[in-house]
Design a protein around this ligand. Structure first.
Ligand code: AMP
Ligand code: MG
Length: 314
């Protein structure tokens, strides 16, 4: 299949309406979308990405009213988060409505719902007329794509269309919060921080799987965000005694060491925004080791450290 490139959301929506799959930009990362109610189209997402079938997808809406076509109930806590954070980089997990096929939720009775605030995403979803399920538009396990070039690098000729936009504003995937129980559980960190959620519902806490329990966020057990290069996390005070050739560095503080590739970011926001593209750039250049500076775990820094740790485990 030849992948069509376009910057027209109406042209891109036509592919989704006809049962195809389309990559599109949001404020977090690029997503790979299909009509949530079309099982065959959803199956194509898993195939194109080589995504394990037990990793659920997030449904993206353009209008709050669409939640009632996806979820049986909007719980009280969900309602509070929606009022403050929709549209934006927050995904809310709710009990799923029957019409949502199990392939989209990886067999779970719950569904993640998000309303992107990025205009181009909004126009695409609105033109589709249905919620659009979309995981990140990368090959499974690779760093999430924050540019349309990164999408093409992984998925060219495997998907129907790429809606071309600018590099994504945030650069890390959405915050995910489970609102099905009494206490909201933070399943994945993102640009909406735990502190921000607690300011709305003080009981909100990070989810910790107990040994005998099924993980609530199945996706998090999979290999994630990893470049081919080895990722090492670095305290900025730490001295590297012997830098091997083929090493790269990204962080907010300059270092005296000589690296083959260096990226100094002006802020933690810029670090988060550019880290996945930096990983890809390093892979293209055949870098063997990427040193990533540690940051303070507040605001977006918490989500960034989470992704760096996962990449380091990779
Ligand atoms: P991606 O969009 O590629 O980051 O993948 C979506 C991620 O959202 C999954 O890997 C899960 O961690 C999380 N997620 C989506 N739906 C659910 C759900 N129903 N319950 C728990 N976590 C979910
Ligand atoms: Mg992903």
């Amino acid at each position: 299949m030849k992948t069509v490139l376009t910057n027209d959301p109406l042209e891109a929506a036509e592919f989704i309406k006809r049962g195809g799959i389309v990559a599109f930009p949001t404020e977090t990362v690029y997503g790979l979308g299909a009509n949530v109610f079309d099982e065959q189209a959803v199956a194509k997402i898993f195939e194109a990405k080589r995504r394990p079938a037990d990793n659920p997808l997030i449904a993206h809406i353009s209008d709050i009213g669409q939640i009632t076509t996806l979820a049986t109930e909007v719980t009280e806590n969900a309602e509070k988060f929606i009022q403050i954070f929709f549209p934006g980089p927050l995904t809310i997990v709710l009990p799923k409505f029957d019409a949502v096929p199990y392939i989209a939720t990886a067999g779970l009775d719950t569904i993640g719902v998000r309303m992107p605030r990025f205009e181009l995403a909004h126009r695409l979803i609105a033109a589709c007329g249905v919620p659009v399920v979309a995981p990140s538009a990368n090959l499974s396990g690779r760093p999430s794509p924050t540019t349309w070039h990164a999408v093409a690098e992984d998925l060219d000729d495997r998907i129907d269309c790429i809606l071309q936009g600018d590099p994504t504003e945030i650069g890390l995937e959405s915050t995910v919060v489970d609102c099905t129980g009494e206490v909201p559980l933070l399943l994945r960190q993102g640009a909406v921080s735990l502190e921000q959620l607690k300011a709305i519902v003080p009981e909100t806490r990070p989810y910790e799987a107990t040994a005998h329990e099924q993980p609530k966020s199945p996706g998090l057990k999979h290999r994630h965000y990893s470049p081919t290069a080895k990722v090492l996390i670095l305290d900025h005070k730490f001295e590297i005694s012997n830098i091997e050739s083929g090493a790269a560095y990204i962080g907010v503080n300059e270092r005296g060491d000589r690296f083959q590739v260096t990226r100094i970011c002006r802020s933690t926001d810029e670090y988060a925004q550019s880290v996945f593209e930096f990983f890809r750039e390093c892979d293209r250049k055949g870098i063997k080791t990427i040193y990533c500076e540690m940051v303070e775990e507040t605001g977006i820094g918490a989500a960034l450290m989470d992704r760096l740790r996962r990449a380091a485990k990779g």
